[in-house]
Ligand binder design. Structure first.
Ligand SMILES: Nc1nc2c(ncn2[C@@H]2O[C@H](COP(=O)(O)OP(=O)(O)OP(=O)(O)O)[C@@H](O)[C@H]2O)c(=O)[nH]1
Length: 299
């Protein structure tokens, strides 16, 4: 049977970081991993994090929970044909984990799949700031924690000892059965996940089809002009709290190529690239269409 793990967690919490780490460990253990990656935008941005030799299927531009289970079934089928030993499904940060789980509980697979459950990556700082999220979005964030088989309290490097223990205790109260592990960059031993993730649904779903009603959308912006780093970061800081995530390639003034830019819950990261990547930025949040974006010359 092929083990299946669903990686859940809010936008920018560290799912891709967990995925790259899990893939590396699976390979080291002699397992053949396969990946299904679900992204909100049309751009398969995170796919670059998956090595070329790992079978990868993408479900783009919509949540796995809303695009219909046929698409997911087809992608799982394709991975099974490639005889993978373990499948990691990275859901979008806007996906309801139980709906994602349901989409792979298909009679098509019979006993070919051993669905081990939901690993939820929770951004510790976002947990502390959860009350500033809009109600529907906060509900999704909490649902991801409530239905986890295992919770990773990630970005624990950004929390104090007191914040780490109070966050873990509060999450445990919300989901008493899931083991909680404090992590940095989603680094968790794969053996641990394989031991503790037992699959199955743990609590009634609070609100069905939450992903369909969520006010979250994504916008792809072409970044055709270089930006000044400080001014760009000041613009990022000025954005409303309801802009949850940005990622893409942005050219900084004085740089030859666009740098990889990441934004998640107040944190900005720039990684210089040595190749000329197309200047594109994905913005995810509530009403990203209303923003004027520096570096984009189009109206
Ligand atoms: N300081 C710190 N940063 C982290 C940690 N984990 C992830 N990050 C950073 O957070 C950002 C988002 O990480 P990803 O792994 O891409 O998050 P994600 O959940 O896959 O994001 P989406 O797929 O867009 O929802 C990146 O800039 C990471 O480098 C952590 O433990 N500590």
């Amino acid at each position: 049977m092929t083990e299946v793990y669903i990686f859940s967690g809010f936008l920018g919490s560290g799912k891709t970081s967990l995925l790259t780490h899990a893939i590396r460990q699976a390979k080291e253990e002699g397992l053949k991993p396969g990946v299904i990656m679900n992204e909100l935008g049309q751009l398969a941005f995170d796919s670059a994090a998956v090595d070329g030799d790992v079978p990868l299927r993408e479900i783009l531009d919509g949540c796995i929970c809303c695009t219909g289970s046929e698409k997911t079934e087809a992608q799982v089928q394709a991975l099974l044909h490639e005889q993978v030993d373990i499948i990691f499904i990275e859901t979008t940060g806007a996906a309801h984990p139980v709906e994602a789980l349901d989409s792979i509980h298909s009679p098509l697979f019979g006993d070919a799949l051993d669905i081990r459950g939901i690993v939820t990556v929770a951004d510790g700082r976002r947990w502390l700031g959860r009350n500033s999220m809009s109600p529907q979005v906060r509900m999704l964030f909490l649902e991801q924690i409530r239905h986890a088989s295992v919770i990773l309290l990630n970005k624990s490097d950004l929390l104090t000892d007191a914040e780490r223990s109070s966050s873990a205790a509060e999450m445990q109260a919300m989901n008493p059965e899931a083991p909680i592990l404090e992590t940095v960059n989603g680094k968790v031993p794969l053996d641990y996940l394989r031991k503790v993730a037992k699959g199955g649904r743990r609590a009634p779903v609070q609100q069905a089809a939450i992903g369909k009603q969520l006010p979250i959308s994504s916008r792809l912006v072409s970044m055709d002009e270089p930006v000044e780093r400080e001014a760009f970061e000041a613009w990022v800081k000025s954005l409303p709290d309801t802009i949850y995530r940005m990622k893409g390639y942005v050219r900084l003034e004085g740089h030859r190529y666009p740098s990889l830019f990441q934004y998640a819950y107040g944190m900005v990261q720039w990684i210089p690239e040595s190749m000329n990547m197309p200047g594109n930025l994905v913005i995810i949040g509530e009403n990203p269409g209303a923003l004027e974006v520096p570096g984009n010359s189009h109206v």
